[in-house]
Ligand binder design. Structure first.
Ligand code: GBH
Length: 488
């Protein structure tokens, strides 16, 4: 009965549809009533050639920490210090991706992704950060890149996803200008050798996550709680390192290499979309990102940043600011949570609205849900700094993820999260915001830093006892999105 009714309804819809084609995907022919309904969602499609991808980072997936001459990083030291990570978890084995990368590339291929963002472990390439390179370290990335290309997946490489060589930390780490220089040299060395095949490089992943979280709150490596002045100076040397890396890659890479960064900007979302609140978010986006994205884009710390810091402001030269703002080819932003902004009559013109206690979040308590962040983030980057090429370098979420009797994780909450965020990303592309690609975090469950293995972000469930990977429901969802180039 219901079936008949829906078939009749279908006939009506089909008759009025402008396009009624039959499309084939990995999930079979799309000519059933249900699938035809999807044909009416043409307005939900992404631009042609949109680059769908997934992302990981070296220390979170590779393991093999003592192999082929890799030196120790600050995350080895930190995670091996009792009490720093949940269950004292370390990345010693992680997903054993160092040995299983071929299998993992087949997971990507099955999803249909066109690109993969991975990071290079600096201490594999330069075990002590500087000096003699370790060719066996770079060899791993050569093998990885070749295997990706053989499978038609474009490699996007991040040069720093927080695994600083411990030897550099022993000499002051990001509190030292020498680290900025060493980072530039390492970036140039890698770009010279990979850029025949890798065409997109990200310098640094998320300044705030290793600076605020690692140098002020002590929650990430190197676990410091610096006083403000020293902290601001470390922030300055980190953005300087980014600029030196941009220049070194530009100098050493084969032509055609493109350079950007992957920054976890504070994403300012208007409390409601009125002109006054929207205008306030523009101001907020510049000020709340003053120490990183704003100085990189504008070559200047904002007046408010410097005057608020007072005697704790970083020491810098005009030359430093020029280096920091070296032109980029694109901007990557990692988008997770919204910061709500309202217009305000104070001189700064905006106020941050804290989340009410009942505000919903995912398994990670910091991961407050706000799909609009995926609209406002890229919109601000495009409108405030006139950026012409934007990538969402990370977006995704943690879920409690327990396999059901059939072995599959039915992560309906992650599917809900992704569907809603991607709808807002589609809105951005439809509004002409130049977002060229999206990297879902993450390909598979992995070492979630201080949370150890307790928070799972993967599209694939990893059984850490056996290293078996199993696609979750969200992997099927993402595969559909990619196949249709649309969010339904
Ligand atoms: C990204 O960070 C990272 O790039 C990636 O490596 C990570 O796996 C992924 O997201 C998921 O977390 O402990 O309360 O101090 C996202 C930004 C910054 C969010 C650090 C968590 C620590 C919160 N992260 N933050 S707290």
């Amino acid at each position: 009965m219901t079936r008949k009714l829906s078939r009749r309804t279908f006939a009506k819809i089909a008759a009025s549809a402008t396009v009624a084609t039959t499309t084939s995907t990995a999930f079979g022919s799309l000519d059933s009533p249900f699938e035809t309904r999807l044909q009416t969602t043409q307005s939900r499609t992404f631009p042609k050639d949109f680059l769908w991808g997934t992302a990981t980072a070296s220390y979170q997936v590779e393991g093999a920490v003592n192999e082929d001459g890799r030196g120790p990083s600050i995350w080895d030291t930190f995670s091996h210090t009792p009490g720093k990570t949940v269950d004292n978890a370390t990345g010693d084995v992680a997903d054993d991706h160092y040995h299983r990368y071929k299998e993992d590339i087949q997971l990507m291929k099955n999803l249909g992704v066109k690109t993969y963002r991975f990071s290079i472990a600096w201490p594999r390439v330069f075990p002590t950060g500087v000096g003699e390179p370790n060719p066996k370290g770079l060899d791993f990335y050569n093998r990885l890149v070749d295997e990706l290309l053989a499978n038609n997946i474009q490699p996007f490489a991040t040069l720093y996803h927080w695994d600083l060589p411990q030897a550099l930390q022993d000499k002051g780490g990001w509190e030292s200008r020498e680290t900025s220089k060493a980072f530039g040299d390492y970036a140039g060395y890698v770009a010279e050798r990979l850029s025949d095949r890798v065409k997109h490089f990200f310098t640094i992943n998320e300044f705030g996550a290793f600076l605020e979280v690692g140098h002020l709150w002590g929650i990430h490596a190197p676990g410091l709680k610096l006083p403000r002045g020293r902290f601001n100076q470390a922030r300055h040397y980190a953005v300087l390192g980014h600029g030196l890396a941009v220049q070194a890659i530009r100098a050493k890479a084969k032509s055609g290499a493109r350079i950007g960064l992957a920054e976890n900007m504070t994403i300012c979302v208007p409390v409601i979309e009125t002109p006054a609140h929207v205008e306030a978010t523009t101001r907020a986006a510049r000020e709340l990102n003053a120490a990183y994205m704003t100085v990189i884009q504008e070559g200047k710390y904002t007046d408010a940043y410097l005057s608020n810091a007072g005697a704790d402001a970083p020491k810098f030269t005009a030359e430093d600011l020029k280096v920091i703002s070296s032109p980029l080819d694109f901007v990557g932003i990692n988008v997770y949570t919204p910061t709500y902004i309202r217009a305000d009559s104070s001189p700064i013109g905006f106020a941050v609205v804290p989340h009410p206690k009942s505000y919903p979040h995912m398994a990670s308590t910091w991961l407050n849900i706000g799909p609009e962040a995926l609209y406002w983030g890229p919109r601000h980057v495009a409108r405030i700094w006139n950026v012409k090429e934007i990538y969402i370098t990370e977006n995704g979420c943690s879920s409690s993820d327990i396999p059901a009797g059939d072995g599959i994780v039915y992560d309906t909450d992650r599917v809900m999260f992704l569907r809603n965020y991607l709808s807002q990303l589609q809105r951005a592309t439809a509004d002409g915001i130049p977002v060229r690609g999206y990297f879902l975090w993450s390909l598979m469950d992995n070492f979630e830093w201080a949370d150890g293995y307790t928070n799972r972000f993967g599209l694939h469930y990893v059984d850490y006892a056996t290293q078996k990977r199993t696609p979750k429901l969200s992997a099927q969802f993402y595969k559909e999105v990619i196949a249709r180039n649309a969010v339904g």
